[in-house]
Write a protein that binds this ligand. Structure first.
Ligand code: ADP
Ligand code: MG
Length: 378
């Protein structure tokens, strides 16, 4: 269900008056569980979505990079592949190309298309970086393993976009495989594939875009990070991941706010490990209660939930869903819900009805299916 590659190739022909040499695709991702654990050196468990960014591309011999996107309002941007600086969307693919230039990438024309909903927390930025990276590596015969490529894409976003993101999104887009979630240890960078195919157990994962925007995310996110660092410092551990005895840690902290933050991070890491255990045991149905526990912890201990997310989870549970939780940085964005496929209609109706009753903007609800990681399409 990614953008149609032949339509994209045709659009490339119109934009650049030549055929592309190929089309590459990189998926967005959904993090099943492990929220606000990444910067605490903990665990996350994303899977690749059947939605993502596709790139049609061809080499150029003039050392220039031509970038266009079917989702961008502008007519495209031309910059030298040897380096530079840019604002706006083109900084993501250009940043990748500039870093790959050091490994042998030359000029190229790119046309980008995407079917990822914008700003729903499904990581369109990493999908854009990873599709670009794969295209340039293939076109210029650059051999780089996918872990290294994920690090390069992350560096592009850190250095050329100025976004201090972690490694989860790029890892998920490049390393996830079909029918699996990717367990990522954010300290070591080690990953393992964990079977995850909800449809095989008669289950459906829904994404509820709550349509509430992240008005507070900037400041609140930085504040949560600072609180976690402060708690780790007071506890004398390198990161909250290293807290082994939760009760002792809570007893050692005088500040109730820091106690709540620690409670979330430590239990959330355990929930990731518990979910991995359940999935390896083939008990997909049971992970619903872990999702709900994660939501309650994010709501009550980490204090980053928002009313539309709380209502989505509560109404889903009332309609018989197995579980659900808010995802992302907090204060806006999406929630996920795991439900028996036969209950999807009731769950959707319950959430939509509850929003209507409150006079809120109707939510956008869609199915999230695990899909393969980034690959060449044609
Ligand atoms: P997320 O990664 O959660 O979707 P980000 O803010 O990290 O949100 O990245 C979104 C940005 O990525 C957009 O504002 C835009 O600059 C860029 N982007 C994503 N998809 C496209 C696309 N198809 N065309 C152009 N730019 C895109
Ligand atoms: Mg992003």
């Amino acid at each position: 269900m990614s953008p149609d590659p032949s339509a994209l190739a045709a659009a490339f022909g119109e934009a650049y008056q030549r055929a592309p040499e190929g089309v590459w695709h990189a998926p967005g991702r959904l993090n099943l569980i492990g929220e606000h654990t990444d910067y605490n050196d903990g665990f996350v468990l994303p899977f690749a979505l059947d939605l993502g960014v596709s790139v049609a591309a061809a080499r150029r011999d003039d050392g220039m990079l031509h970038l266009r996107s079917l989702q961008a309002a502008d007519q495209g941007i031309t910059v030298p592949v040897k380096g530079g600086s840019l604002d706006g969307w083109a900084a993501y693919p250009a940043g990748v190309a500039w870093l790959l230039h050091e490994h042998g990438a030359g000029g190229a024309s790119l046309l980008i298309d995407s079917d990822l909903p914008a700003g729903a927390g499904l990581s369109s930025s990493a999908a854009l970086e990873c599709a670009t990276a794969l295209a340039l590596c293939d076109l210029y015969g650059i051999e780089m393993d996918r872990r290294e490529l994920a690090l390069l894409a992350q560096r592009a976003e850190n250095e050329h976009v100025g976004m201090p993101c972690g490694i989860m999104d790029q890892s998920a887009s490049l390393l996830a495989t079909d029918g699996h979630a990717l367990m990522l240890d954010c300290r070591s960078g080690l990953t393992s594939q964990v079977p995850f195919a909800p449809a095989d157990s008669g289950l459906t994962m829904l994404v509820v875009d709550t349509r509430a925007t992240h008005t507070l995310t900037g400041g609140e996110y930085a504040q949560r990070r600072a609180e976690c660092e402060e708690a780790a410092r007071l506890l004398g551990v390198p990161a909250l991941r290293d807290v082994k005895d939760l009760a002792a840690a809570l007893a050692a902290l005088a500040d109730p706010v820091l106690r709540r933050r620690v409670q979330h991070v430590v239990t959330e890491n355990h929930r990731v490990e518990a979910v991995v255990g359940l999935l390896r045991a083939g008990a997909v149905t049971e992970l619903g209660s872990m999702l709900t526990a994660s939501h309650l912890s994010l709501r009550d201990q980490f204090e980053i939930s928002w009313p539309e997310a709380d209502v989505a989870v509560e109404e889903a549970l009332r309609a018989g869903a197995r579980g659900g939780r808010m995802i992302g940085g907090g204060f806006g964005g999406s929630a996920i819900v795991l439900t028996a496929t036969e209950r999807v209609d009731e769950v959707r109706a319950a959430i939509t009805g509850a929003y209507a009753a409150r006079g809120w903007t109707p939510p956008t609800i869609f199915e999230a299916n695990p899909a393969p990681g980034a690959h060449r399409v044609s």
